[in-house]
Design a protein around this ligand. Structure first.
Ligand SMILES: [Zn+2]
Length: 375
């Protein structure tokens, strides 16, 4: 008897979730369309719609043109019904985004702040997040949680930063980043978060490698739309693949790492403005920039081809460079194809769709995704 009751509740929960997700994926639908699409009875759909509407998750959105008889009401999802905050921690700044159920950035801000392993820094993070939500003029009960992206390797339970060269953390000596945040919080590696954002809500792509070309080089591997963490949470440390034997010294201390050739700071002096200036001068025909860019692309093509050989899936270019590379991607495809044993073109090479604050958006989406799977 208890089993039957539980089972019945589970069926009701699944029905509700299917109805909500169908509306979420469509701009507008009628009650009849929902019932027919999901093979459910009109009373079941009607009761669920009533509940979802009273919870502020869906709304009536006009009517459909009549095909005879009464015009059917159009039903849409309210995309701002729930929101999530993403916080990206870097050595130099803190970025905050507020994203809605569609993954759109509703609000964002970036604050210059040098990382320090101190309680004051953690306190400031808490105040920054509270202030950001406070000034967003939203009902706080709509905030699902705060995601925190960090440039480091996390523990298996994703509660602690085990190691971060960028932040100078080792042996779990970092602070508790979530300590002063009064919302459900989750940590993620920054490149993993950015990679997750790339495949989120896409149905076509199943496998992809995300190459993050920021002031350090990292990335993520997505297999069947899931992040592959590796045995030690250290997968996708693409920045430290050896590109050149006895080559340039990398910040990790080893020689010839990809990072030493393809980080964004190779082109800039480590600042956003520097990168903007670099591409501005490149477009204006600056000889020095042309030479640097040619060399940069030649190394990047080798790395991209290596990733294609390893994973045989799309390679997505992201990070700071991802925001600028669109107009040069055909040139890079040709270079990558020259080194490829099997393929005559580099059409597998893609440019990221999240051109700004990808890590912050991605880590916020972890809360959105959880909500959508449980609603
Ligand atoms: Zn290295």
């Amino acid at each position: 008897m208890i089993y039957e009751k539980t089972n019945n509740m589970e069926v009701k929960r699944i029905n509700r979730n299917r109805i909500f997700r169908l509306i979420y994926k469509n701009e507008k639908l009628s009650m009849h369309e929902i019932a027919s699409c999901l093979g459910m009875s009109l009373p079941t759909v009607g009761q669920n719609l009533k509940n979802l509407q009273s919870e502020g998750l869906i709304t009536e959105n006009g009517v459909f043109e009549s095909t005879g008889g009464r015009k059917a009401k159009a039903i849409s999802c309210i995309k701002d019904a729930k929101l999530a905050v993403g916080l990206d921690i870097t050595n130099n700044h803190l970025s905050l985004v507020l994203v809605n159920l569609s993954g759109e950035i509703v609000k964002s801000t970036r604050v210059a702040k040098i990382f320090e392993n101190s309680q004051d820094y953690i306190k400031e993070i808490g105040e920054l997040v509270s202030g950001f939500i406070e000034t967003s003029n939203i009902d706080k009960s709509k905030v699902l949680g705060v995601g925190i992206a960090v440039p480091g390797i996390l523990s298996d339970d994703k509660q602690t930063v085990v190691y971060s060269h960028a932040l100078g953390l080792a042996d779990r000596n970092g602070p508790d980043f979530t300590k002063n945040i009064s919302y459900p919080s989750v940590l993620s590696n920054d490149a993993n978060a950015a990679g997750f954002a790339e495949l989120w809500n896409t149905e076509a792509v199943k496998n992809a490698v995300y190459l993050s070309l920021s002031n350090t080089v990292g990335g993520s591997i997505l297999l069947d739309n899931r992040l592959y963490p590796g045995d030690n949470q250290r997968s996708s440390e693409f920045g430290h693949m050896t590109l050149e034997l006895n080559g340039r010294t990398c910040y990790c201390g080893k020689r010839g790492c990809l990072d030493a050739y393809c980080s964004a700071s190779v082109l800039s002096n480590g600042t956003d403005e520097g990168l903007y200036d670099f591409f501005d001068l490149l477009k204006k025909g600056g000889k020095k920039q042309e030479k640097m860019w040619k060399e940069y692309l030649s190394y990047l093509a080798v790395a991209v081809n290596n990733l294609r050989m390893l994973f045989d899936c799309d390679v997505i270019l992201g990070g700071y460079i991802g925001a600028y590379i669109e107009e040069y991607v055909d040139e890079l495809r040709l270079l990558a194809a020259e080194g490829n044993t099997f393929e005559p073109d580099g059409s597998y090479l893609k440019v990221c769709r999240n051109k700004r604050e990808a890590a912050a958006v991605g880590v916020a989406l972890l809360h959105i995704e959880r909500f959508l799977s449980q609603v």
